[in-house]
Design a protein around this ligand. Structure first.
Ligand SMILES: [Zn+2]
Length: 525
């Protein structure tokens, strides 16, 4: 049969870390039909002279759960060669939805564009498939939603009945095809989760040979104990472990020690690895500063909560992902609620509002109660040496820790730092600028290595028979264009991208094809 497409004369990388070879790649029926010197003509031919031809990139840590429903084109991802995203990370995600007013606070990238009118994991995955994403997607089960669906906002371990209910939701999600469980133990809704509770949730994960990904319990003070907790929990349960964005925020010594802990566990035979986002700052919701009880009525009820001086004092005393580094290091991102305070730190915002920084934050949260998009903040946390420590490490793969976006359409007004530039930044910085990784090694970290973590045999690798998820790019040009204050700029240098054999990027332009699939564990990928 005639190949649908032949990519000629490129430098072809297999994604397994081997050096590139000069070869053609033929594609037929969604798969790679041949790699080598391909005779005959393809229905379409692409000249890849001077370009790298690699497996499509895998984003092991994405938060595109909601944005792919709103705009499935995933333009930010496609321009970087991303062909598969892993969603449901950090305990955040779009199922199960029981109390929707609560659930929406654990969905990254949420906007008012779409009603949350599904409930079960299967309904969500069907919905995602029906949206027709341009790229492939697979999901983990977000523990934050398991807890909100059963325990609500109570800041305590789940009781036996609730644990049973959580396991029921979890089993349902695993039956629907989820690839594992994620926790976000640093977030208010999961802080009350006990080790016993997580151990119970990990039983079906272990039975089915799935993955446990964890955003650990503490990432400022106490970060090392939290990494240790993750290692012990996973070891005792007998599950494969992926530690999400491993590096703590407490400085160099903690970063080194956390990497050492993981390395030592690996040396001892534990199946553990980690990922890291490419931002040198931490980014999250401003409302993550609030203890769960203060969110009982959502942000609409916050003004009422704050009418008590005692409540205010308790909130200010609450250690959170937002405030652990001090308010002077917390910067408000661009937003529609208080645009005049965007890009300022909370000391400055407080001065302008004539309030203490923490009170200014609460004031803005009250004002944002009906906003279409939640307020987001950043905290600077990493330097170059920290990043080199992570990205240079054999067990680390990069991830976006962001939502797929599109510069036009319904998501045009949304921003999520990393979305448009993470993979391109990684390649530019680690291959071309700091030269810490060879092209083959960097490509491996973007393809075969995350595929191995996910146990995917036919993706993340460019060889005969594998799925035709392919990136074709100019190794001298591939780079990020997004900046801190202009984050919505597509990456440069990506020429062609195929998903399941169909072009989603053609000569650097997005096509109308949306060939992505929702991968379901156990039903062939
Ligand atoms: Zn996280």
């Amino acid at each position: 049969m005639q190949p649908e497409l032949i990519i000629r004369n490129g430098t072809v990388f297999d994604g397994l870390g081997n050096p590139g070879i000069w070869a053609d790649v033929a594609v037929y029926d969604g798969r790679i039909a041949e790699v080598g010197s391909v005779a005959g003509d393809g229905a379409r031919e692409i000249d890849a002279t001077g370009l790298f031809v690699t497996p499509g990139f895998i984003d092991i840590h994405s938060h595109s759960d909601f944005t792919l429903l709103v705009d499935p084109r995933a333009v930010s991802s496609v321009h970087q060669g991303v062909t598969l995203e892993v969603i449901g990370n950090c305990g955040h995600g779009c199922f199960p939805l029981v109390n929707k007013a609560l659930a929406k606070n654990s969905i990254y990238g949420i906007t008012g564009d779409l009603a949350l009118d599904w409930s079960t994991p299967a309904a969500y995955l069907d919905r995602l498939e029906a949206a027709g994403p341009a790229i492939n997607v697979l999901t983990l089960v977000p523990n934050g939603q398991l807890r909100q669906a059963t325990v609500g906002l109570a800041e305590r371990p789940a009781n036996p009945d609730e644990r049973q209910e959580m396991c029921r939701h979890l089993d349902e999600a695993l039956d629907a095809g989820a690839f594992g469980l994620s926790t976000g133990l640093e977030y208010p809704v999961e802080m009350g989760a006990s080790g016993e509770e997580i151990a119970e949730l990990l039983q079906p994960i272990a039975r089915r040979g799935l993955l446990y990904a964890t955003h650990t319990r503490k990432r400022d003070q106490g970060a090392l104990a939290a990494v240790e907790e993750a290692l012990v929990t996973a070891r005792d349960a007998g599950v494969r472990l992926q530690i999400s964005h491993l590096l703590p925020r407490g400085g160099r010594a903690d970063c080194e020690a956390s990497v050492e802990l993981v390395q030592r566990a690996r040396d001892g035979g534990q199946d553990v690895a980690f990922d890291m986002h490419t931002r040198d700052f931490s980014l999250t919701f401003l409302h993550a500063m609030l203890p769960p009880w203060a969110m009982a009525e959502g942000l609409g009820g916050l003004a009422g909560v704050l009418s008590s001086a005692d409540n205010r004092a308790r909130i200010h005393a609450y250690p959170s992902i937002v405030t652990s580094g001090g308010w002077e290091r917390v910067t408000l991102l661009d937003n529609d609620v208080a645009p005049e305070f965007a890009r300022l730190d909370f000391n400055s915002i407080g001065q302008r509002l004539n309030m203490m920084p923490g009170d200014a934050a609460l004031e803005l949260l009250c004002r944002s109660a009906n906003a279409a998009r939640p307020l987001m903040i950043i905290r600077p946390v990493y330097d170059v040496a920290d990043q080199d420590l992570a990205f240079g490490h054999d067990l680390c793969v990069p991830g976006s820790d962001a939502t797929a976006l599109c510069p036009d359409g319904p998501l045009a007004g949304s921003a999520f730092h990393g979305a448009y530039g993470w993979a391109a930044w990684f390649y530019r910085v680690y291959v071309r600028e700091r030269a810490l990784l060879s092209p083959a090694a960097a490509i491996h970290k973007l393809t075969g290595q995350p595929a191995a973590v996910l146990n995917l045999a036919n993706r993340g690798v460019l060889r005969k028979g594998a799925r035709a998820d392919i990136a074709v790019f100019d190794p001298e040009v591939f780079a990020d264009a997004a900046t801190l204050w202009q984050p919505n700029q597509t990456a440069l240098g990506m020429n062609f991208v195929l998903v399941n054999g169909a072009l989603v990027l053609d000569h650097g332009a997005i096509t109308k094809n949306r060939p992505g699939r929702v991968l379901r564990h156990g039903s062939g990928q």
